[in-house]
Each structure stands twice: as structure tokens, then as C-alpha cells.
Design a protein around this ligand. Structure first.
Ligand SMILES: Cc1cc2nc3c(=O)[nH]c(=O)nc-3n(C[C@H](O)[C@H](O)[C@H](O)COP(=O)(O)OP(=O)(O)OC[C@H]3O[C@@H](n4cnc5c(N)ncnc54)[C@H](O)[C@@H]3O)c2cc1C
Length: 424
């Protein structure tokens, strides 16, 4: 059954969220530009601003909507989450205020899925309560998209695991209370069974943040992506998350959800850039008419609207597949969302920036900040090329070589086969 309607009670919640995000969260983006201090839970000034807003969201019953009721969430499912996330995506800080910010969401999910009772009590609960933040430490300086190249090792020594190696781009490492670290525990095993995952408290001796790397949109000295050295870091035996050799499976469980949630938020970002493009088209005059009256501008608006609607429907349909089909059924569609997200965001933001003229390249509007995140979208959670390969391989599985396309003595040409079929 196909149904594109939103139930009225939930639509009312969406209205409340939209109003709250525009009124309370979008100003935060001006107060605290991308990255930086509000992630620091010991920063009292930032906490004083964020906590009352988070409380309003909790009072409304909308905190951590990505989680099921057993973990204090609403259990809305992915489709409703997609509709919420596309509103939250309008603002950099809205996901934090609603308890749905990466990388904490993914870390919470894998702790819930694979954690022991003790790990859940110690790490998951304070994470869900918003009392701490966490980091996910997988990418290495010499390897990102291909885990077969990972070098960070972990080995058993008595009742402890010893972790040794370097990780690159561990977002929020500087603020994290704990880091989830992927390390090679069995180098001789099959590639996808070589690694295991560990939950490592940030204060464990041997963890050294070599640099806090900043991306384009972050100030150079305020980066949040840790280049981290784990120098013979010792953790107890029960610090492993999941079973030995299960690190890749745990990572995949985390990344699949993360990618589609990111795509949901990107719908909102595209919508915001598109809104600004339209407002500009209706307010700027040149050579006797509005920009919106120029044919070239109309083409940009039409193309952007078509691309945005296609992308949004793909994301919503993917969410629906996750909700209604067996686990794993949405794998190809999630990859499609990931690829489409980077392209559509690039194209719409580029046109929006261009239509704003010189204003578009300044920090007077959110567009410059959006533009600077364009390259990251095609890289974080895996480069576009890798996801294209996943999609193509899966699609090709549904095909077989075309019989008779090229005539050979064994396979008659297609037209002759058709003639024979009808006795002509
Ligand atoms: C904003 C941001 C936040 C991040 N946060 C985290 C985090 O919290 N934790 C974490 O562990 N990592 C994080 N990452 C790292 C991210 O997961 C990696 O950037 C990603 O996996 C790609 O790895 P790489 O950067 O090493 O690029 P590489 O793997 O070196 O890829 C570089 C380029 O090589 C080409 N390429 C790579 N593989 C293929 C292929 N199979 N076929 C064809 N071409 C290919 C592509 O053009 C690709 O863009 C983050 C990255 C960004 C940008």
C-alpha cells in the first residue's frame, strides 16, 4: 500500500518542531559557529544556553527520537524520524538540542545493540541523558575507506587488552568522555573478521590527541576532529564491544543508520538553501526586473526544486523500507541516499550562493558555512565512489548477460528468436 499522508497528531508535532528550530536553534548557529565549544560539556556558558532548550524538548517528549521506547525515545521509526530530521537539518545545533547529533546517536545505537549490561549502565545512560559526549575512532591516517589497510592493533595481555596505533578524524575526541575504538585483533583472519571494537574511557593512560584537526568551516585552532595516538593503552577484558572479530559488523550497524540520518538532515539543509534562493529571487532587482523573472534563474529554481523533491522522496522511501522490510533490505538504498545527498547538496547550495552574488560568499548568511561542508558530505561515512560501487554491484546482481544481443552460432539474433516465437 502506498500512502504519502502524515497523521494529524504527528503533523502537529512537526509544526512545533519547525517553530522551535527556527525560533530557538537557528540563532545558536550565529552564536556558536560550526564545531567548537558547545560540545564541551564542561563549558558552563554553552551548557547554560543549551540545557534549558534541551529540557523543553524533553518536556515535549521529543528527546532522542531515533531511539526506541526501551531507551527513552519515542520509537517513532525511521519514516517519522526522517520527517523530524529534515526539520532539524536546517540548523547546525538543532540535532544537539534534540539529542540526535552524530556521532553520539550511532555510538548509542551500537552500545544498545552490542553492549553488556555494565557497558550500558556506565556509558549509554549518561550519553542518552546528554550528560556526556562520545567519539568514534575508526579512520586511520593511512586508511579510511578500506578497513583492510587498518594498522591499529589490540592484543591480549593477561586480563587486559592493549591497544596501540593511530586514528585520524575522531570527531569530538577532545570533548568525549569515552571513545569507541576499532582495532585489529586477528591480522590473519578474513578481512572482515580481523577487527574488534573497544569502549575506552577518555582518561585512560596512553591516549594522546596529537592535533585537533579543523575542517574548512571550523576555525583553524578550534578543530574537533582528533588525530589520536593510542600508545599501549590498557583496558580491561570486558571493554570489548561485541564479540572478538565483530568490529566490522558493529561499525556497519552504526554507519548504515548514520548515513541515512545524515541524508534526512541534508534534506533540511537543501530546503533552507532553496528557501533562501527563492527569497533572493523575489527581492533582488536588476535591469528592470526581479531575478525571479529571468529565465536562467527560473531554470535554477526549477532544477533545484526537482532535485530536492527527488532526493527527499528517495530518503523517505528508504526510511519506509527500513521500517517495513527485513534488516538489511535498505542497504543499496542507503548507499543511493549517501551518493545523492552529496550531489544534490552541492548543486543547490552552489546555485543559492551564486544567486546571492557577493553576499553569498560572505559569512553574512548561512550559505558560506553550508558551502564549506559540501566536500565533507561526499567523504564522511565513506566516499561517493565506494557507495557507487556498492549500488552498481547490487543492481547488476538482478541482471544476466543479454542473450542474442550479439549473434553467435549458438545464440540466434533477437529478431530471429522473436520470429520463431510467433512462427513467422
Ligand atoms: C567531517 C568528517 C567527519 C568524520 N568523522 C569521523 C569520525 O568521527 N570517526 C572516524 O573514524 N572517521 C571520521 N571521518 C573519516 C571518514 O570516515 C573518512 O574520511 C572516509 O572513510 C574516507 O576515508 P579517507 O578520508 O581516508 O579517504 P580515502 O579512503 O583516502 O579516499 C580518498 C578518495 O580516494 C578515492 N577512493 C577511495 N576508495 C575508493 C574506491 N574503492 N574506488 C574508487 N575511488 C576510491 C575517492 O575519490 C575518495 O574520495 C570523518 C570525515 C569527515 C570529512
Amino acid at each position: 500500500m502506498w500512502d504519502f499522508s502524515t497523521d494529524p497528531d504527528f503533523a502537529a508535532e512537526l509544526d512545533w518542531i519547525r517553530d522551535f528550530v527556527v525560533r530557538e536553534c537557528e540563532p545558536l548557529d550565529l552564536l556558536f559557529p560550526a564545531g567548537g565549544d558547545p560540545y564541551d560539556v564542561s563549558n558552563e556558558q554553552a551548557r547554560a544556553v543549551l540545557q534549558p532548550l534541551e529540557q523543553q524538548v524533553k518536556d515535549r517528549g521529543l528527546w532522542a527520537c531515533h531511539l526506541g521506547p526501551e531507551l527513552g525515545g519515542q520509537g517513532y521509526g525511521q519514516l517519522k524520524l526522517a520527517l523530524i530530521n529534515e526539520v532539524l537539518g536546517r540548523s547546525y545545533w538543532a540535532p544537539t538540542v534534540f539529542g540526535t547529533a552524530a556521532p553520539d546517536t550511532g555510538n548509542a545505537e551500537i552500545l544498545a545493540m552490542f553492549g553488556t549490561a555494565e557497558q550500558k549502565a556506565r556509558y549509554l545512560q549518561p550519553l542518552l541523558d546528554g550528560d556526556i559526549v562520545s567519539a568514534f575512532s575508526m579512520t586511520e591516517p593511512q586508511a579510511g575507506a578500506d578497513p583492510k589497510e587498518f594498522l591499529c592493533r589490540a592484543w591480549r595481555d593477561g586480563d587486559e587488552w592493549v591497544i596501540d596505533g593511530e586514528k585520524w578524524f575522531t570527531s569530538n575526541a577532545r570533548y568525549a568522555a569515552f571513545l569507541i575504538v576499532m582495532a585489529v585483533t586477528d591480522p590473519d583472519a578474513a578481512p572482515h573478521e580481523r577487527m574488534s571494537m573497544f569502549v575506552v574511557p577518555a582518561e585512560t593512560p596512553g591516549i594522546e590527541i596529537l592535533r585537533n584537526v579543523s575542517t574548512m568551516e571550523e576555525a583553524e585552532d578550534e578543530g574537533i576532529h582528533g588525530y589520536v595516538r593510542y600508545r599501549q593503552v590498557r583496558v580491561p577484558r570486558d571493554a570489548m564491544l561485541g564479540a572478538p572479530g565483530e568490529g566490522f559488523t558493529v561499525a556497519q550497524a552504526r554507519l548504515g543508520g548514520g548515513r541515512v540520518h545524515h541524508a534526512m538532515r541534508t534534506v533540511g539543509k537543501c530546503q533552507r538553501a532553496f528557501d533562501m534562493m527563492c527569497e533572493r529571487a523575489l527581492s533582488r532587482r536588476t535591469q528592470g526586473s526581479l531575478l525571479g523573472d529571468k529565465q536562467a534563474v527560473q531554470a535554477w529554481i526549477a532544477d533545484s526544486w526537482i532535485e530536492l523533491q527527488q532526493f527527499r522522496l528517495l530518503v523517505l522511501h528508504t526510511a519506509w523500507v527500513i521500517d517495513t522490510q527485513p534488516h538489511g533490505a535498505a542497504r543499496t538504498q542507503i548507499a543511493m541516499c549517501k551518493v545523492a545527498m552529496a550531489k544534490v547538496f552541492h548543486d543547490i547550495v552552489q546555485r543559492a550562493v551564486h544567486l546571492h552574488g557577493s553576499l553569498g560568499v560572505t559569512h553574512e548568511t548561512p550559505l558560506a558555512g553550508m558551502w564549506m561542508t559540501v566536500p565533507s558530505l561526499a567523504l564522511a561515512d565513506g566516499p561517493t565512489e565506494v557507495h557507487r560501487t556498492t549500488i552498481a554491484k547490487q543492481v547488476l546482481r538482478g541482471y544476466s548477460p543479454a542473450p542474442g544481443l550479439f549473434p553467435t552460432e549458438h545464440v540466434p539474433p533477437r529478431r530471429e528468436a522473436a520470429r520463431a516465437r510467433y512462427g513467422l
